[in-house]
Write a protein that binds this ligand. Structure first.
Ligand SMILES: [Zn+2]
Length: 461
C-alpha cells in the first residue's frame, strides 16, 4: 500500500500541468523591481499571492510592507503543532527587466516549447516557490495537514539586491522565526543532477593608484630617465597572478572528497567554450589538478574593471604622471575580504621600483563570502527527499558570484540549517533573453518538496 507521502506525491505530480496556468498568471504581472513604473504591478501581484495562498489553505496570508520598499508576501500553516519543526520557505516574486533583449517569445507570456516553459521569471524565481505551493496544496488536499509547520516568505526586491530584506527581518521577526530554512532560488548543475548550494564567493573592489610627476612629460626627453607609472602599474599588478593569469594569492586548500564530486558538474570543455563564447583556437585555462567548479566557486580571483591608461584617440608621446587601475577580487568561501585585501595590498606595495608610492583603496563595502557546512539531520533529510524524487542526492555546489540575500540569511540565521535549492538549470538563461524552466526539473522539485516536509518533520520528535 502506498504511504501517505507517496499518495501526496502522486497527487502533486498530476497537479503540475495545471500549475502552469497559475505560473502564466503570475508572469503576466511583469513585476520588474528595478523599474519604478512597475511598483503597482508588484503590489497587485503581492495581493494576488495572498489571495491564492489563503485559497490553498495557508493561514495569516498577508502583505508585509515597509516605507520605501517593495512588499514581501508572508503566510503560514502551523497546524502540525509545537512539537513539530517550523520550516521557512524563501523565494522572490520580482523579476529582471527584459528591455533590449532578443526574446523569441513574448517575455511575460508563459510559452511551452518541448520540455521547457519560457517566460521572464519562470525559473528565477516563480517556479521555485510555485513548486512549494503545489506541494503544500497537495498535502492539504490529500491529508488535510502537513507533516511540519510551514512559513512562506516571498520577497519583492531580490533582483535589485534585497536592499530592505534586513529591515524586513527586523520589522517582522515572526515571519522569519523557524527551525530550518529552504531558500529556493538556486541552481541545479544539470536537469538530472539536483544542486544544494553551500558556498558563495564574496566581492571586493579596489583602486590601485601610482604617481611619479606633477604632470605628463615629453617621452623623447624624459623616457628611459624617469619612471613611467603606467609600466610600473602593469608590472606590480602582474605580480598578483600566476603564468595562467589566475590570482596566485589567498588560494584555498580544496577538500579532496568535494573535489572528486565536483567533477560531476557538467562544466566540460565544450560547455565552457560555448558558455563563455570563446573564439576558435582559444582554450579554457589549464586545470592544474583542480576542476572548473573548484576554480569557479572555491578559489579567489581577480579581474581588471577599468584603467586610466589613455584611451584610443588620446595618444600623445608623453610619460603620464599618474596611472591607476580598478580591480575586482572574488573572495573565496572561508576567506574574509579583509584577509584577501591585506595579501593583495602587501604584494602591490612591496619593493615598488623608483620610489613610487602605490595607494590601494577599497572602493565600496565588500560583500562577504559564505562557506557552509551542509551537514546534519536537515541535510540528511533533504538528501533523502531528493533521492526519492530525483533518484540521487543533491550535489554540493557553489556560486562564483555573490547573492546578497544568501549572505544575509547566512549572517542572520547561519546557526539554522539553510537548504539552498531551486529550479534553475544551465539552460535557464536567468537574467537574459528567453529565460526558461525545464518541466522535468520543476516536477521533480515539486515531488522533492512533498517528501522534504515529511523528512524535515523528523528534526523534532
Ligand atoms: Zn532569483
Amino acid at each position: 500500500m502506498a504511504s501517505s507521502s507517496q499518495r501526496v506525491a502522486e497527487r502533486a505530480k498530476s497537479a503540475v500541468p495545471g500549475s502552469f496556468e497559475r505560473l502564466a498568471r503570475y508572469l503576466a504581472f511583469a513585476p520588474i523591481s528595478s523599474e519604478p513604473a512597475s511598483a503597482p504591478k508588484l503590489q497587485e501581484l503581492a495581493q494576488t499571492l495572498v489571495t491564492d495562498l489563503a485559497t490553498l489553505g495557508m493561514s495569516r496570508a498577508r502583505v508585509l510592507t515597509l516605507e520605501g520598499a517593495h512588499p514581501c508576501v508572508a503566510a503560514e500553516w502551523m497546524g502540525a503543532g509545537k512539537d513539530k519543526p517550523t520550516v521557512l520557505i524563501y523565494g522572490h516574486f520580482d523579476v529582471q527587466p527584459v528591455a533590449g533583449e532578443p526574446w523569441t517569445t513574448a517575455p511575460h507570456d508563459l510559452v511551452r516549447k518541448g520540455s521547457r516553459v519560457y517566460g521572464r521569471g519562470s525559473a528565477d524565481d516563480m517556479g521555485g516557490w510555485l513548486s512549494h505551493f503545489v506541494a503544500i496544496e497537495s498535502w492539504l488536499a490529500e491529508e488535510k495537514s502537513l507533516p511540519c509547520n510551514i512559513k512562506l516568505l516571498i520577497e519583492g526586491e531580490e533582483e535589485i539586491g534585497s536592499p530592505n530584506l534586513s529591515r524586513f527581518m527586523d520589522a517582522y521577526p515572526d515571519a522569519f522565526a523557524s527551525d530550518a530554512m529552504v531558500l529556493t532560488d538556486c541552481d541545479n548543475p544539470s536537469t538530472d543532477i539536483p544542486g544544494l548550494t553551500v558556498s558563495l564567493r564574496g566581492l571586493l573592489e579596489i583602486e590601485v593608484a601610482i604617481s611619479s610627476a606633477a604632470s605628463d612629460v615629453h617621452s623623447g626627453i624624459w623616457g628611459n630617465i624617469v619612471p613611467d607609472p603606467a609600466m610600473t602599474l602593469i608590472s606590480i599588478v602582474a605580480r598578483l597572478v600566476d603564468a595562467d593569469g589566475r590570482l596566485r594569492l589567498g588560494r584555498k586548500e580544496i577538500d579532496p572528497a568535494w573535489l572528486a564530486s565536483s567533477h560531476d558538474v557538467p562544466l566540460t570543455d565544450a560547455v565552457i567554450r560555448s558558455g563563455a563564447r570563446l573564439l576558435p583556437g582559444v582554450s579554457p585555462l589549464p586545470l592544474r589538478g583542480l576542476s572548473p567548479a573548484a576554480w569557479g566557486w572555491r578559489e579567489p580571483a581577480v579581474t581588471v574593471l577599468s584603467t586610466t591608461f589613455p584611451a584610443p584617440g588620446k595618444e600623445k608621446n608623453a610619460v603620464r604622471g599618474t596611472s591607476s587601475m580598478k580591480l575586482s577580487l572574488r573572495v573565496a568561501p572561508g576567506q574574509t575580504a579583509k584577509e584577501l585585501l591585506a595579501l593583495v595590498t602587501a604584494e602591490l606595495t612591496r619593493e615598488v621600483p623608483g620610489g613610487l608610492t602605490v595607494n590601494v583603496k577599497e572602493m565600496s563595502a565588500a560583500s562577504s563570502s559564505w562557506d557552509y557546512e551542509a551537514k546534519g539531520p536537515a541535510f540528511d533529510a533533504s538528501d533523502r527527499a531528493y533521492e526519492k524524487a530525483w533518484g540521487r542526492k543533491p550535489l554540493r555546489i557553489g556560486i562564483g558570484g555573490s547573492i546578497p540575500f544568501v549572505a544575509l540569511f547566512g549572517q542572520r540565521f547561519g546557526n539554522l540549517p539553510l537548504i539552498l535549492n531551486g529550479v534553475i538549470d544551465p539552460e535557464t538563461g536567468a537574467h537574459g533573453p528567453n529565460e526558461s524552466m525545464d518541466v522535468g526539473v520543476y516536477e521533480k522539485t515539486v515531488i522533492a518538496n512533498v517528501y522534504l516536509y515529511e523528512e524535515l518533520a523528523t528534526l523534532k520528535s
